[in-house]
Design a protein around this ligand. Structure first.
Ligand SMILES: Cc1ncc(COP(=O)(O)O)c(C=O)c1O
Length: 390
């Protein structure tokens, strides 16, 4: 029988294992252990100087009050201009909505386009909050298995396999993806969007790792369709995780719907962060230089991880993660990361965060730290893994 002080079933989502590892690593750090953080998905460096200067200036000069729920008009216009500069897409600033990180963008999008019970395809492995946010809103995450055979990205065949009652109401993809860093090729991207258009499925494109690509630039879903919903953020390429600022680009008919939701759920996105974020676009040369550093880090760390012998790594086209198949060394990624942390001080994320089925065989390493940290990690890791290699 339901008691009056019972808890909701919606609230019983899984914990975010990367954050659990971080908590344990910080606990060890406070006890004096030397810890190397490769578990959290955030750049090692601070926000660029242009951002910090803009924030300092605003604190001295401006009242930090509420803004319109859709965001400051000047930031919306600057974001729209960015689409012209980077992708050659002419975007009406009226379709840009500033959000409290992409995390709030997901919530607003789901509430705007899905009713309870709607089925949304998410990749497995994939960013764990995807399925957990959906569950907490009484939506149904439908796992789409991806792996080395399909370069860790779904294709139209995955949608066709879900016909009739199983059909999806929405499909969420990320290119580059977390945890693998792999990207959809342009034609794969456009055919997925085409399949969604045919079946009346919302296409949601998480573009948070754009700017952080090592092979070819990422395409935005807006190059293929004005019906796609783009979710983006200043957290990763712009190094602004803690500023909690991101944006959506939505079809025109959704703007007012999301505005009403945003007014009620959040009032407005953080004002100081909005002012600062506008200046982030001026820092692209500096941020591109940081990306070159990540690319070098990636190669150093990949070499070290391979010291475990026959370790397969998903091709990291972008983002700043290595998703390594460690099955020759473990089938218990949670226990393995605990031992790794205890014995070397290196914090990594167990694959189970991203994949409940095969995640026991995988570990994710973030390579966005300072190069000196990555070199130290590589040295320790290669020796530790070599000693365990079968
Ligand atoms: C794929 C992906 N999407 C969204 C987010 C959420 O980021 P934020 O809310 O900081 O914009 C993350 C964070 O790690 C991520 O990896």
């Amino acid at each position: 029988m339901k008691t009056r002080l019972s808890l909701s079933t919606r609230g019983t989502v899984d914990s975010f294992l990367a954050m659990d590892v971080l908590a344990r690593a910080v606990d060890l750090e406070t006890k004096g252990h030397d810890i190397i953080h490769l578990e959290v998905g955030q750049p090692g460096g601070n926000a660029p100087d242009s951002v910090l200067d803009a924030a300092r200036h605003a604190l001295g000069k401006e009242r930090i009050g509420y803004t319109p729920a859709l965001g400051r008009p000047s930031l919306r216009a600057r974001i729209a201009r960015h689409y012209g500069e980077v992708y050659g897409v002419d975007l009406d600033p009226g379709r840009v909505i500033v959000t409290t990180g992409s995390s709030a963008g997901f919530v607003l999008t789901y509430l705007a386009v899905f009713d309870a019970g709607a089925r949304v395809g998410v990749t497995e492995p994939g960013y764990p909050a995807n399925r957990n946010i959906l569950k907490s809103l009484d939506l149904v995450p439908v796992p789409l298995r991806v792996g080395p055979k399909n370069r860790w990205q779904p294709g139209p065949a995955d949608l066709k396999a879900l016909d009739g009652a199983d059909a999806l109401d929405g499909l969420l993809i990320a290119s580059p993806a977390n945890p693998t860093g792999t990207m959809l090729k342009r034609d794969g991207f456009s055919s997925l969007i085409g399949s969604c258009a045919e079946s009346g499925t919302w296409f949601l494109s998480d573009e948070i790792y754009h700017g952080l690509t090592y092979t070819e630039p990422a395409a935005t879903a807006l190059e293929f369709s004005d019906d796609a919903i783009v979710i983006n953020s200043f957290s990763k390429y712009y190094c602004m995780t803690g500023w909690r600022i991101g944006w959506l680009v939505v079809p025109e008919r959704l703007v007012r719907v999301i505005e009403r939701l945003a007014q009620n759920l959040f009032i407005s996105p953080p004002t100081l962060s909005q002012i600062a974020a506008e200046a982030a676009f001026d820092a692209r040369p500096e941020l591109d230089a940081r990306k070159q550093v990540y690319a070098a880090n990636r190669d150093i760390l990949a070499q070290a991880v391979k010291a475990g012998g026959q370790v397969e790594i998903a091709p990291p086209d972008g983002a700043f993660y290595l998703y390594a198949d460690m099955r020759r060394l473990t089938n218990d990624s949670e226990g393995f990361t605990r031992t790794l942390l205890d014995e070397t001080g290196i914090a990594a994320t167990p694959g189970l965060d991203f994949d409940k089925t095969d995640g026991g065989l995988y570990l994710r390493f973030s390579f966005a730290e300072d190069p000196s940290v990555i070199r130290r990690a590589a040295d320790k890791l290669s020796r530790w893994l070599a000693a365990r290699a079968p």
